[in-house]
Design a protein. Sequence first.
Length: 159
Amino acid sequence: MDWQKSKSAQVRRCWVVIADVSGGVLVARLMNLSASQVSYRYLHSLIPTKTKGQFSEIEDAMLRASVNQNGTKSWTKVAKQVTGRTGSQCRDRWCDYLDPNLKLVNSWEKWEDDLITKMKEAEGKKWSEIAAALGEGRSDLHVSTTLVGCTCFGLRSNG
């Protein structure tokens, strides 16, 4: 769905008037949208308490503490202890940057580069499947950015 600034402003104004998540149904009727579209847009993009952009060191520390306490099965629980962040933001930050099991992004071995290239040619851009084939310590984001970097610049990570 193409969200224009005017629609976002309408959702924000109506939501404040109704001041209730269940009010999304009424807002949706007024705007000729589904309640789930309106709720998702508000809760993931427009809510004033949501933080966007890079995580700060304090947020990283809060995320580490929350994962230590709650584990990695319920990102909604984890996010409740990281002020202003959603479960998906916390999951992405943890899985792509903070998980202590991740290998360094710039330490790729030749066999890993070869496997990524071979699987990408055979399977396409199925980054999470390729990352799983590499074993623990590689995320789908790392796999895709490494391949894109190697192909764009004609380089291998390890020379």
